[in-house]
Design a protein around this ligand. Structure first.
Ligand code: B12
Ligand code: SF4
Length: 504
């Protein structure tokens, strides 16, 4: 029998059941909570009735608190819905929000009547401390919990940030809390049973546009090789995983620290995917590349962002366009597919920069036709979301909409959940984008993805992909992207996959 506080942890629906991967945030929190109490997980990605099921779980067992993981964008509306339902039925149970949305929009989240506490950044230490303090009704203790934002006498209080750690190194995550963890293994381009895993946490860079920089403020913590070995051993031998998608924010860190990890991975030989930077890959030694090949890296998602060196400097990306060109060639030589992401339609020189990016993508495709391309609209973070140190050092430029009016960001979760702000968060639309350019971008993307269907698409038959590619050939060759109605029609039948929405 378990003693101590009980916490219900909820992952509101964000993706289809097919695309559901381990809710790693909740698994990490659950592992931490088990030390002093117990927890139950409801995952809205596999449990489509997660609101009713959360209420039922609370009826069956009294919980001391509910923790909800919230990413901005499409997860927000279900997060609001489940929080409201819980507040109505169980008004006395405290509700804690954590994850990227409340970390980046703390005041908006805490202003909602159904959010009592926000944990900013990592939750492994703050959440158990918070739940213990709530149980003892200990306000003095609340004031000492790092990373906590809370309400005191009607005002919002932000405690100082907490340092990042990798938490307990003794145990594998409590995957059994998800029912049968094997149902989270999926057929992907990497293998028949791909598993999601996070080895290191954070990122040492501070790109101004990035939610990861806003969360971690340039900090990263790598795991010990033994820990990675233990985790991979469990995933491969106990769960039967045959490939791994690493969710690490930025996989390749300093080579000397990476080599012991790559050595472990080279022993497991599980094909893998990760987020990486062009400079890190270009700087790897021949020895490291040997390990990378042996460990079977299949695809690296690289933030190329822009062909404009000046813009890359301004956003503090720290990489250059020539490095993007070099890395696609390097990847080709090593049998790794580069998946390049770009941010088009920036707030300044919107059209020109977009066309320039299209041309750059064509050049990269010539160097390495296997390069995959993901196109986002550049939607800078609201100033208030950026990490406090970066805000002070480098204030962002003001943003204006099409009418020249300043862009005013939402101040409540409900506003952030409106379609136009969901699109903003998903980098799918921006207030300075006119209909003509929006259409132009959409047309380019249609022609490009038909001309070069992604290898990540296992759903569409290869004859259909070949057919689409042939149909799109002349448009791509002559740059005639406008109104590709025939491709849209054909694509509606084939339904090519969109990894930027669904994940691998
Ligand atoms: C997996 C993932 C997804 C999956 C969702 C999971 C699934 N398939 O089941 C999918 C693919 C659906 C997805 C979608 C999106 N994602 Co996403 N996603 C991720 C990813 C790669 C991993 C998340 C993860 O598991 N991390 C590991 C865990 C351990 O860390 P964590 O989630 O941060 O949790 C810790 C803390 O945040 C905190 N915490 C979290 N929840 C809670 C709850 C409580 C109560 C507490 C106390 C603490 C707490 O404690 C946890 C443990 O330390 C991250 C990048 C990353 N590496 O984190 C991006 C990331 C979170 N996604 C992001 C975004 C923006 C999106 C989108 C909304 C937009 C987009 N275009 O990418 C889309 C929506 C797409 C659409 N149109 O529908 C951004 C968020 C940044 C921001 N600006 O807000 C990230 C950081 C990617 C990036 N580099 O920009 N995503
Ligand atoms: S864009 Fe990539 S490198 Fe830059 S801060 Fe974000 S995760 Fe790190």
């Amino acid at each position: 029998m378990t003693h101590g506080p009980r916490t219900l942890l909820i992952n509101p629906t964000i993706t289809s059941r097919r695309s559901a991967r381990f809710p790693l945030s909740l698994l990490h929190l659950s592992a931490a909570l088990e030390r002093t109490g117990s927890s139950q997980i409801v995952d809205g990605n596999v449990d489509r009735n997660f609101i009713d099921d959360s209420l039922r779980a609370m009826e069956a067992t009294p919980f001391d608190a509910v923790g909800i993981s919230v990413m901005g964008g499409p997860q927000l509306a279900p997060a609001i819905a489940v929080s409201t339902a819980i507040r109505q039925r169980f008004p006395a149970v405290p509700i804690v929000w954590g994850g990227y949305f409340p970390t980046l929009n703390t005041d908006a989240a805490l202003g909602a009547p159904y959010v009592d506490y926000v944990v900013r950044g990592q939750g492994e230490e703050s959440l158990p401390e918070l739940i213990a303090a709530i149980g003892r009704k200990d306000d003095a203790k609340l004031a000492t919990i790092g990373g906590l934002s809370w309400k005191h006498d009607g005002a919002i209080v932000h405690n100082p940030n907490r340092r990042f750690t990798l938490g307990d190194t003794e145990l594998v995550l409590p995957y059994h809390k998800l029912g049968d963890p094997r149902r989270y293994l999926a057929r992907t381009y990497l293998g028949r049973r791909t598993v999601a895993h996070q080895a290191a946490t954070g990122c040492r860079f501070r790109c101004t546009f990035c939610g990861v920089a806003a969360m971690f403020g340039g900090t990263t913590v790598l795991p010990a090789a033994e820990r990675l070995e233990r985790d991979l051993s469990y995933l491969k031998h106990e769960l039967g995983a045959d490939s791994v998608q690493y969710f690490d924010n930025n996989f390749f860190d300093r080579e000397k620290d990476m080599v012991p990890l790559l050595e472990v991975m080279a022993r497991f030989e599980l094909p893998w995917w990760c987020f990486a930077r062009s400079d890190a890959l270009l700087n790897l030694s021949e020895h490291a590349w040997k390990l990378v090949r042996k460990s079977r890296l299949r695809m690296a998602y690289i933030g190329a962002e822009s062909p404009n060196g000046q813009m890359l400097k301004e956003i503090r990306k720290g990489t250059r366009p020539d490095q993007t060109m070099e890395v696609v060639e390097l990847c080709r030589r090593h049998g790794v597919i580069p998946e390049l992401s770009f941010m088009v339609a920036p707030p300044e020189n919107t059209e020109e920069e977009t066309e320039h990016t299209f041309e750059f993508i064509r050049t990269l495709k010539r160097i390495n036709p296997q390069s995959e391309v993901v196109i986002y609209i550049y939607t800078p973070l609201p100033e208030i979301s950026r990490h406090e140190q970066d805000r002070a050092k480098r204030p962002g430029k003001p943003l204006f909409d099409l009418n020249g009016e300043p862009v005013v960001f939402p101040t409540t979760p409900e506003e952030w959940a409106q379609p136009r702000w969901v699109n903003y968060t998903c980098h799918a639309d921006a207030p300075w984008l006119d209909d003509k350019l929006r259409q132009r971008i959409q047309d380019f993307v249609t022609v490009l993805r038909c001309r070069y269907p992604t290898v990540q698409d296992l759903r569409s038959p290869s004859w259909a992909k070949r057919g689409l590619s042939a149909m799109a050939g002349w448009r791509y060759r002559y740059g005639r992207y406008n109104r590709p109605w025939e491709l849209e029609l054909a694509n509606r039948l084939v339904r090519l996959r969109t990894p930027q929405v669904e994940g691998l």
